[in-house]
Write a protein that binds this ligand. Structure first.
Ligand code: GDG
Length: 459
């Protein structure tokens, strides 16, 4: 069996972190690599004066990690710049927030060249290379330029934006062309895959047939490969000691009220503003029910140096303050808004204690919180998942209450429906979702991708 080399911006085993705003990607990769062994390469998270290319190796949990420091200009232009201020908003359809600057694009390219230069000597002839996410789009091409003819795959964790939106990026065609260096490209959903195909067919003259994209004499296999969670681990966590303690603590502090929960990195793509507004609508429209519930929103800050993240943070502070001020009573506040991260075991207990989860992104590649919520439920008395249609997870979790997060009315309706849902229906819906979460778990995701990479060596 070939060794698997995973390359991603951040490498979580090396940087640790059972708590905090650990992103979905590192959570998933930690589980996937634990099963397969292999090597995980990426940025250490450290900043140095000058890029040295020196690698730090670390072995933990059967996974070897190799990390490299970046210099400040790289971090500014590649990470805070092109990744977080250009591609992230653009890929989540927020062209209004995207910043297009040549300096960012150049820094992104340079940093990807540096990553390629550093990791290339670690790659052995039989290795399979799996590049992750929008930070690393040109990496495969940079490896090819250096003579790497291994199988190289790319997986996109975010949505792929519609062609017309992507065309707002000045170097869109050049960026997309770098993807032709890969043998396999994976997306969470058919929608993201089709948007990619449309761009390539219209703008680059490719031909797409039977899952294979043909252009420039190359064949690239495109696959739908929805990411999952380690469902066994999460379900076990949810009945463990810490989770049980948290469960009791939450139920006590709920004082007989139904808890609605949200857990998200503090990010404008997660629809937190829309969620608060939808919840407020429910409070206004249902005076007799409103004091029977409260919303716990856990939102650890992320990417805090970026202006658009400072803005969304202050918007949410204003909104939660206003809603609490307008509706709270002596013995009740409608929103508990918490800006810190918690250990996963605590999260599992919180999910299990909740009657409803509100997962309302305006766009999301997948959304693992929805799956974690499902995995953590008590089979005898499960909670209800309210899920945005615009999350990749909505394709798989069709038994959730699917809503349009832009509609406060739909959200308020869904909260009422969830509160009134009979136990038998809650159980039926939960069982259907739990089956998908267990069958298409993170191991399934890894095997599906690496199988395609084994078979689909491009020419
Ligand atoms: C990207 C894509 C895709 C959150 N708060 C805490 C905490 N978290 C964990 C959650 C979950 C993860 O972070 C978030 O995962 P998501 O999938 O919701 O979101 P992104 O970080 O945006 O991830 C996304 C994912 O990649 C994988 O492909 O699903 O669409 O945007 O695991 O539990 N973890 C801890 N404490 C917290 O307070 N420990």
């Amino acid at each position: 069996m070939s060794r698997l080399i995973v390359i991603s911006n951040r490498v979580s085993a090396a940087t640790g972190g059972a708590t905090g705003a650990q992103g979905g990607l590192s959570v998933a990769l930690t589980s996937a690599l634990r099963e397969s062994g292999g090597l995980w390469f990426g940025w250490s998270g450290n900043v140095t004066e000058e890029f040295s290319g020196q690698i730090s190796f670390h072995r933990e949990d059967g996974v070897t990690t190799a990390t490299v420091d970046l210099e400040e200009q790289d971090v500014e232009e590649y990470y805070n710049g092109y990744a977080n201020r250009t591609l992230w908003p653009l890929f989540h359809y927020r062209v209004d927030l995207a910043e297009y600057r040549r300096g960012f694009a150049d820094g992104y390219q340079r940093t990807n060249e540096r990553f390629a230069e550093t990791v290339f000597p670690l790659i052995e002839p039989d290795d399979m290379v799996w590049v992750q996410d929008y930070h690393m789009i040109p990496l495969g091409q940079e490896l090819r330029k250096r003579g790497c003819d291994n199988r190289i795959g790319f997986f996109l964790h975010t949505p792929w934006p519609p062609r017309r939106l992507l065309l707002t990026l000045p170097e869109a065609s050049d960026l997309v062309a770098t993807l032709f260096a890969y043998d396999v490209i994976g997306f969470h959903t058919d929608e993201w895959l089709q948007s990619f195909v449309e761009f390539v067919v219209f703008e680059s003259g490719g031909v797409y047939e039977d899952g294979i994209l043909k252009l420039e004499g190359r064949q690239i296999r495109l696959i739908i490969c929805p990411i999952g969670i380690d469902s066994d681990e999460f379900a076990t966590l949810a009945t463990g000691k810490t989770a049980q303690q948290t469960f009791r603590q939450m139920r006590e502090s709920a004082n007989g009220r139904a808890m609605i929960v949200g857990v998200d990195r503090l990010d404008y793509s997660k629809g937190l503003e829309e969620r608060f507004l939808g919840y407020e609508r429910f409070l206004v429209e249902s005076p007799e029910e409103r004091k029977e519930v409260f919303l716990l929103q856990i939102a650890p800050p992320s990417r805090g140096t970026v202006e658009s993240y400072k803005r969304i943070r202050s918007t949410l502070e204003g909104l939660s303050g206003r809603i609490n001020g307008a509706h709270a009573d002596l013995d009740w506040v409608p929103i508990r808004y918490v800006n810190q991260g918690y250990p996963r075991a605590v999260l599992a207990g919180v999910y299990r204690a909740a009657r409803i989860a509100l997962v309302t992104p305006i766009r999301d590649g997948m959304n693992l919180v929805a799956k974690e919520f499902v995995a953590a439920q008590d089979p005898e008395d499960p909670g209800v998942l309210i899920l945005s249609r615009f999350a990749g997870a909505a394709v798989q979790l069709t038994e959730a209450l699917l809503i349009n997060p832009y509609s406060a009315e739909e959200m308020a309706d869904a909260i009422r429906t969830a509160l009134a849902m009979p136990k038998a229906e809650r159980i039926r819906r939960w069982q259907a979702m739990f089956e998908v979460v267990c069958q298409q778990d993170v191991l399934w995701w890894r095997v599906r991708f690496t199988d395609a990479l084994t078979q689909g060596h491009g020419t």
